[in-house]
Design a protein around this ligand. Structure first.
Ligand code: BGC
Length: 758
């Protein structure tokens, strides 16, 4: 299967490489020159306008009068409409009723799958499985394009060290090296390098930039950081998106150097285009232009001009470009050249997608019937979901469970369908997905019995629960607290083991879902306490879209499996792991804090001048009330089997700037079950012209091993891998000593050293 997937991925890339050359630049230029020669100023500005229509609303305002705007040539594209029929109807208006018949592009937030929903991106990153992630994007693309979508607002690659921020769920965790690899894989999967293929769609890298570092974790809040940090720790995944050929970028809501990203010329032009060479188009986030008024940047005309002058091409929902650019041009506040540039970039994207050849190429009702939510796609989603679950502890070996005997399934997440796909699954058709209870009963069959009680609500506060279960995912039970709890305890007493499905409902993470406390909520913790008192073994399945604080649970519950939100097939995938058909293999891609006060906490931090040898030590960098160590480190995750690492070998203790050396270990599966291990390579630059992190991920390999099987994993180290941005933002490597670390997580490593020479 693995080989098959790699061959498939290679073929996709090869086909892409072949067809990439198929876009004849000169021919495209001639076509667009001709078209733009016939466009009025208003029609050019119209191409820069992206209103929203349809049933799926993802922001705080909606667009009016869309059909008449399309007829008047005032719309470049639309987003978040679902279904071939309704999309076709509007494409027909554009093609048949607007003066020049320029087709629209149709976008959607296809973030982790379409109707076949894959795990939330944060969870997917825990698999460290680039082939499977690429394949998930490929499948998302097949399904979305079968339903009329040719542009997705994904991948979201914002580095996040801030679990209070709900959108941690949409990104790939805290590491720029891993985040870059995932960004590349997603873009390859979506675009396949040939945008005119009917089964590929254009990617949109977001949110440029730094959206994952809001102060206090509060969504849309201020971001402030040094340029050195931006370039070394936050920018790499965005740049990887440019290098992978992403067709579009989306601006972020936050300020950067006190200027909102959407109006930030340094960011959108000097960094993105001049430095990195991006040649696609930039769309704003939802109403990000008009939000600059609230940021205190001026009125709608001023902020719209600011956005265009910064290098932003398309206005999502704000109507700022549409309503003010003509006036700004007449007043000399923007240039025709800049309007033309933006218009050309959008027309080029349409050209590359083949929309001028056939505006209806993605509107094939037959494909919509046969290519969506297929058995093959569902199998891929289920398989990937099993790879994302992180076994945090299994002290008494309670997992995997037997299918025999009696299992008490309890908790607010045990019997909910709509919560399984997770946040940002706008195309999901939840009625087709299984609840955990259904899947568990299926998995057990007539060998055993699964008894169920909800046991409690998400939390005691009904208002908090309501705000965390929006979009029709309400789940509040009106029965009194003790009635629900007693029922759960009663069935628990009759059973051999308790499976507690707890944590956050899916909309407790995602956009506008910041939290100030990250513990399992009061009602659930009280239920856990009551269940513990029964003396029965408990398996805690923690659903969440972020890293949560679980110090109490780790202390009290020997077996904890973090299951995040696993997508449409989550319930079956959880059973695959819980009953031991598959060993868990997910590894944390964000450090798990002991409490909120430790945040931000991340593995690749700098050393202070007063490092803390042990907790507590006066006049060193530590807290009085909590150790510096996280609850679980970056890269951590257990399996049902065990892996032994041989001593690491290094091919040489010196590396010349043009050469390379290798670091190797042999890993053996020493347990009695098959399993996958993610072998991790970290490097530390011991002395530099700027302070350097204590370790940085520089390589990883996910390997599958049968019991007794061994595999040697070899990483190549060269000067390129050792480069960083210095104080002048030059990408350099500096000769000197380096430490190489290989291990099963970021803390549990072996170390050797080498010297880089000129
Ligand atoms: C989000 C984006 C999303 C857009 C369109 C915004 O609120 O920040 O991530 O792509 O809406 O739905």
């Amino acid at each position: 299967m693995k080989n098959f997937k790699s061959i498939l991925a290679a073929l996709v890339l090869l086909c892409g490489a072949m067809t990439a050359q198929a876009v004849d630049q000169a021919k495209m230029d001639r076509f667009i020159d001709d078209l733009m020669g016939r466009m009025t100023l208003q029609e050019k500005i119209g191409q820069l306008n992206l209103p929203v229509t349809g049933d799926i609303i993802t922001g705080s305002s909606v667009s009016g009068d869309v059909v008449s705007k399309i007829k008047a040539g005032q719309v470049g594209g639309l987003f978040n409409m679902k279904g071939v029929q309704s999309i076709r109807a509007l494409q027909e208006v554009a093609v048949k009723q607007s003066r020049l018949g320029i087709p629209l592009i149709f976008g959607m937030d296809v973030i982790h799958g379409y109707e076949t929903v894959f795990p939330i991106p944060f969870a997917m990153s825990m698999s460290w499985d680039m082939d499977a992630i690429r394949n998930s994007a490929r499948i998302a693309s097949i399904e979305a394009t079968a339903d009329g979508i040719c542009w997705t607002f994904s991948p979201m690659v914002d580095i996040c060290r801030e679990p209070r921020w709900g959108r941690m769920s949409e990104g790939n965790g805290e590491d720029p090296f891993l985040g870059s690899a995932i960004c590349r894989a997603m873009i390859e999967g979506y675009q396949g390098n040939d945008l005119s293929d009917k089964s590929t769609m254009m990617a949109c890298v977001k949110h440029f930039a730094l959206y994952g570092a809001p102060e206090g974790g509060r969504d849309y809040n201020t971001v402030d950081m040094s340029h050195v940090r931006m370039f070394n720790e936050y920018f790499p995944p965005y740049q990887a998106g440019v290098d992978a050929g992403a067709g579009s970028f989306m601006t972020s809501f936050n300020v950067i150097d006190y200027i909102p990203a959407t109006g930030n010329r340094w960011l959108m032009t000097e960094v993105l285009r001049d430095r990195w060479g991006f040649n696609g188009f930039v769309v704003t986030d939802y109403t990000a232009i008009s939000e600059m008024i609230n940021h205190g940047m001026g009125d709608l005309q001023t902020v719209s001009a600011l956005a265009l002058n910064a290098g932003t091409d398309m206005d999502m929902v704000a109507d700022g470009f549409l309503n003010t650019l003509e006036k700004s041009l007449s007043e000399g506040k923007v240039t025709l050249e800049d309007i033309d540039k933006a218009c050309r970039r959008i027309l080029e994207a349409k050209y590359k997608m083949g929309l001028f050849d056939d505006p209806y190429r993605y509107l094939d009702a037959k494909r919509a019937k046969k290519d969506i939510y297929t058995d093959e796609h569902r199998a891929a989603a289920r398989q990937l979901a099993t790879e994302t679950f992180v076994l945090l502890q299994n002290k008494d070996g309670v997992l995997p469970l037997q299918r025999t005997g009696k299992i008490a399934l309890v908790g607010p997440l045990a019997n909910t369908r709509a919560n399984m796909p997770g946040t940002w699954s706008v195309a999901a058709s939840s009625e087709r997905y299984s609840t955990l209870l259904e899947a568990m009963r299926r998995a057990v069959g007539d060998k055993g019995e699964v008894m169920y009680a909800k046991g409690c609500n998400v939390c005691y506060d009904a208002e908090l629960e309501k705000n965390s279960t929006m979009f029709g995912r309400e789940m509040r039970d009106e029965r009194p607290v003790d009635v629900m709890r007693d029922e759960a305890v009663r069935i628990a007493k009759q059973c051999d083991v308790i499976v507690a499905a707890m944590g956050e409902p899916s909309e407790m993470s995602g956009e506008s879902s910041s939290r100030s406390e990250l513990t399992i909520l009061d009602a659930q913790k009280d239920l856990l306490t009551a269940l513990l008192a029964t003396g029965k073994p408990i398996v805690l399945l923690n659903f969440s879209g972020r890293t949560t604080v679980m110090d109490w649970e780790v202390e009290n519950i020997p077996t904890i499996l973090n299951v995040w939100f696993g997508g449409s097939e989550a319930a079956d995938a959880i059973c695959d792991v819980v009953f031991g058909d598959v060993s868990p293999s997910g590894k944390l891609t964000a450090t798990m804090p002991r409490n909120v006060g430790q945040i931000p906490i991340y593995y690749n931090h700098l050393m202070t001048g007063r490092p803390n040898p042990k907790w507590f030590s006066k006049y060193t960098s530590n807290y009085l009330d909590v150790p510096n160590d996280p609850l679980f480190p970056f890269g951590y995750g257990l399996s049902y089997t065990t892996f032994e690492y041989s001593p690491m070998t290094l091919s040489s203790s010196t590396l010349s700037e043009g050469g390379n050396i290798t670091a190797s270990v042999t890993v053996t599966n020493t347990g009695s079950r098959a399993g996958a291990e993610v072998v991790q390579l970290y490097i530390r630059d011991m002395v530099g012209s700027i302070a350097r992190p204590v370790q940085e991920l520089k390589g990883f390999e996910r390997i599958n091993l049968k019991p007794g099987e061994s595999r040697t994993v070899t990483f190549t180290i060269n000067a390129e891998l050792l480069k960083f941005y210095n104080k002048d933002l030059e990408h350099v490597c500096e000769p000197g000593d380096f430490e190489v670390m290989i291990g099963t997580d970021s803390r549990n490593v072996q170390r050797l050293s080498f010297t880089l020479t000129r």
